[in-house]
Write a protein that binds this ligand. Structure first.
Ligand code: TXA
Ligand code: MG
Length: 336
């Protein structure tokens, strides 16, 4: 199968609609990362998404809908805080988990009686969802465990020949996946940190918890158990206080390979003369650059040495979660 990369046009939307209606899988731009979409009502199409990615069968998918879609068609009730959050943050990078049973293919939520719903703000995603005119189940468009894609080329690198169409909307401005929020309990609870922060949610809902799976417990968001976002080269991870140690590690690699640091701008400035990939300075910049640099790193370096950024608060919770998991130092709050 040939994989076409097309921008939004009448013709590409017509093709996308046709593919989705016929059970094919279409990749599409969102404001966070690219998604790998299929008709959420179609068992075979949903199962195909799992097999294309090599995704574990117990890790549920998010259903994406356009902004005018009446989500009460997919859910069994909505707490009042969730209605307020929906009005405040959608369309946008917030995925809301609702009580829901039997509304879409049972494979979407892996048999659980909840459904994760997302209304992306990307104009490309909106045009696609409007054209498809169906709820679209979509995980991030990367092979399972690999770094999530923030350009059409990243999707192509993982799925060339496997899917017919990638709807190109340019580089994703957000850069890390949506916040996943459990809206089935008395207060909202973050299952995966992202661009909509705990502080932002608490401001609207009054309270907001962050779910941390206890050891031995089956996680609420099953993807939490998996290693993820991993670049395909050797990796090491150090705190900024241990920079000398990190430099020794780098020097040990130089004779046999190509080491490279991945760090925030302030640390890059201390590493003149060494190979570096610059994450930037602000939390939003680091979120936007992280995945592209992890993919660049795996292509250019034999050893990628992550230096943990020192900023905290807001979007940094999501950035640090993804970065630690990419470097295998935390079995954190997500997968897939
Ligand atoms: O930004 C995003 O969310 C991107 C774009 C494509 O929309 N999608 C994405 O999907 O990151 P994925 O499949 O890579 O991650 C979905 C996460 C997983 O951690 C999964 O376990 C969780 O959402 N999830 C999905 N349905 C759930 C449910 N019913 N209950 C709890 N967690 C759920
Ligand atoms: Mg994913």
């Amino acid at each position: 199968m040939e994989t076409h990369i097309l921008g939004v046009s009448e013709e590409s939307l017509r093709l996308a609609k046709e593919y989705i209606a016929h059970g094919e899988v279409v990749a599409f731009h969102t404001e966070t990362v690219y998604g790998l979409g299929a008709n959420a009502f179609d068992d075979d199409a949903v199962l195909r998404v799992f097999s294309l990615k090599g995704r574990p069968a117990d890790n549920p998918l998010i259903v994406h809908v356009h902004r005018e879609y009446d989500i009460s068609r997919l859910t069994d009730g909505e707490p009042s805080y969730a209605a307020a959050l929906r009005r405040a943050f959608l369309p946008g990078p917030l995925t809301m988990v609702y009580p829901s049973e039997g509304k879409v293919s049972k494979y979407v939520s892996c048999g659980m009686n909840t459904l994760a719903i997302r209304v992306p703000s990307s104009p490309t995603a909106q045009a696609f969802l409007k054209a498809a005119d169906l709820p679209v189940a979509a995980p991030s468009a990367n092979l399972s465990k690999h770094v999530s894609p923030v350009t059409a080329q990243h999707v192509f690198d993982d799925f060339n020949g496997k899917i017919p169409l990638i709807l190109d909307g340019g580089r994703c401005g957000g850069g890390i996946e949506s916040t996943v929020l459990d809206c089935t309990g008395a207060i909202p609870q973050i299952l995966r940190e992202g661009l909509v922060t705990r502080e932002m949610i608490a401001k609207i809902a009054g309270e907001c918890g962050v779910y941390r799976p206890r050891s031995g417990e089956r996680p609420k968001s099953p993807g939490m158990a998996y290693k993820h976002y991993a670049p395909r080269c050797k990796t090491a991870y150090f705190s900024a206080e241990c920079l000398e140690k990190a430099i020794t590690y780098y020097k040990n690699e130089v004779n046999t390979g190509t080491p490279c640091f991945l760090c925030e701008s302030a640390v890059c400035a201390l590493l003149k003369g060494y190979n570096t990939l610059d994450l930037g300075s602000s939390p939003e910049e680091m979120a936007r650059r992280l995945y592209a640099l992890l993919r660049k790193g795996e292509q250019q370096a034999s050893l990628l040495i992550g230096i943990e950024p020192q900023q905290r608060g807001g979007v940094m919770a999501g950035v640090l979660n993804r970065m630690r998991r990419a470097f295998g130092v935390e079995h954190g709050t997500e997968e897939g």
